[in-house]
Ligand binder design. Structure first.
Ligand code: IMP
Ligand code: MG
Length: 179
């Protein structure tokens, strides 16, 4: 385990199981359609790649980069679109893939943007849900795992752009982000 972590939240095997379950849920919901799956970069990138490859439904993919944190571990409340989608969402069944729903600001921002652009349907899948941290009342349609108020890193999740390539997910020691 990385020395900056105080514990493991999900091992590679556990991530694999969660991804398979989420893919099955999506396959059932979207049978007979070709949804547009959107990865909210950068945090959801590995989850997204594993999830769409575990799906049997034919999908199209697109990416959007949203930044909310800077160097802090607390959301700014003003998620910024750093890179917009290439595809049009008009008339599309959109599946938004998020890493964590924390304050909820990012999810609300994405929902308003995508439904505002005329998507036919809007479904969100999140790897993690941190319900105790919610500021705006919103919930992903499917969350793989619920966690307490801990700061976690790995499998795409970062602190100050670090730890993203850990293959597992762990709790970052408080002394790292409180110093
Ligand atoms: P929001 O507060 O719901 O808008 O969440 C914004 C983003 O903060 C999430 O998509 C994550 O990228 C990031 N985030 C929230 N909690 C954590 C965490 O524990 N570790 C790493 N990133 C996090
Ligand atoms: Mg994110």
């Amino acid at each position: 385990m990385n020395k900056d972590l105080s514990g493991i939240v999900l091992t590679e095997e556990q991530i694999c199981e969660k991804v398979a379950k989420a893919a099955k849920w999506l396959d059932e919901k979207f049978a007979g359609t070709t949804p547009l799956c959107i990865s909210v970069l950068k945090g959801s990138v590995f989850f997204f790649c594993d999830l769409v490859r575990a799906m049997k439904t034919p999908v199209q993919i697109d990416f959007m980069t949203v930044s909310s944190y800077g160097r802090s571990s607390v959301s700014s409340g003003m998620p910024k679109i750093v890179m917009d989608l290439a595809a049009s969402v008009e008339g599309r069944d959109v599946i938004l893939v998020e890493d964590i729903v924390d304050s909820g600001h990012t999810l609300v921002r994405m929902r308003d943007l995508i439904t505002g652009r005329g998507a036919k349907s809007f479904t969100t899948v999140a790897l993690f849900d941190k319900p105790s941290r919610r500021v705006v009342p919103v919930k992903a349609d499917y969350s793989c795992f619920e966690i307490e108020d801990e700061f976690i890193v790995g499998y795409g999740l970062d602190y100050a752009q670090q730890y993203r390539n850990l293959p597992y997910i762990g709790i970052l020691k408080r002394e790292i982000y409180e110093k």
